[in-house]
Design a protein around this ligand. Sequence first.
Ligand code: MN
Ligand code: MN
Length: 464
Amino acid sequence: MTEKTAGQQLQERLFTKKQHAHNLLDATEVEAFAQEYKTFLSENKTEREVITTLVALAEKAGFANIANVGGVEAGKTYYKVDNNKNLALVRFSGLKSIHAVASHVDSPCLHLKPYPLAESNKLGMLKTHYYGGVKKYQWLNIPLALRGVAHTQEGTRVDVRLGEDGPCFTIPDLLPHLAKDQLKKEAREVVSGEQLNAIAATIPYEDEKVKDKVKLALAIKLNEQYGLTEEDFLSAELSLLPAGPARDAGIDASLILGYGHDDRSCTYASARAILDAKKATHTQIALFYDKEEIGSYGRTGAQNLFMQRLIEELLELSETDLRPSQVWEKTNILSADVTAAVDPNFSDVHDPSNATYIGYGVAIEKYGGSGGKYSTNDADAEYMHALTTLFKQHNVPWQTGELGKVDQGGGGTIAMFLARHGANVVDMGPAVLGMHAPYELLAKHDLFSTYKAYNTFFEHSLPK
Ligand code: MN
Ligand code: MN
């Protein structure tokens, strides 16, 4: 072998070496984790379904509902659930220090309107109001399933699940032959919010005296299957979302194409990371929030005081003489969310040397926001340094980057809502392609790197 030149040696010493995560990970482990995640992703498509499944997993692993215990002990595991939309999994080790990983369980989709049943031009329709930052035209011409929760007049709760195995719904786009005017529109106007109505039925109920015959036929079907009347949709939480299971993508099967990687890749990775974690000297908490996609508002969004209430409960149950603010100050949090990977077809929106790449490990994002780091958490140098040192010590494949070019756009996560209480927080999760599209792409190596990062963070103290 020829000797390295002085320049090569200097480069090696001074420049960052970026390598694909497969150099650091076991291929069998990566694949096994990916298959389990795919099943989770295919089966859980609403925030409630995700939380219900996580609670079941936690109970199976011996976590006790904190609402039913008289005290908490070091080494024991607990969970706190709120309205099937907020969840905390806790491995308790006192309140001197906490390591928490916080993800969100909601994903962009099309919610049904309060009065969703309609008839238009002889077709039965379901009217929607989109949820989250979607490019509306992407939701046309794909099979949609209807999932969620409703209550009948008698007060019975029904879990609606239509269109996964049986007949699905769809919103057809305008044919190109007649799209002369449509194609001149800006992309955001190509299909308007009020045009996001799914075709749901076509055969009329035959009764001359009835006006909306197809709407009636549609209402009858929903009533037969779930006992629902039109009024019951007012209080329901029903979503139209991509039908069918997640699947492998790429000839090397290195990717997963599926609905809701944002943010269920982080949700699943953090849940598995805490379930698998060995106990540490700090308390481990995996937090799951709703409503991130619409700004983390409301009772179950990350701007609420769910973590604060959990801390208060833990203080009381452990008879610890600390104020909640003292616990927050000793809390380190990973805001577990996805970021944007460089897409070769749209690479001009990134600065290539400050971007995240598919397959190069979990992405640590010091800040997001937009317009001069506005509206973001900007993690401290000390915290960044401690985490990257920890990951180097434990062979966790990681990379760092910005969400896109300066002033190209931007985005937020729940990081800043947790940081305001005095905790250390930084964003961390896999970089995905096609974020917020009905089907997003995630690399299996990035998913496993994310799991490994969270698990390492749960198990170890931060290097000084
Ligand atoms: Mn997200
Ligand atoms: Mn999102």
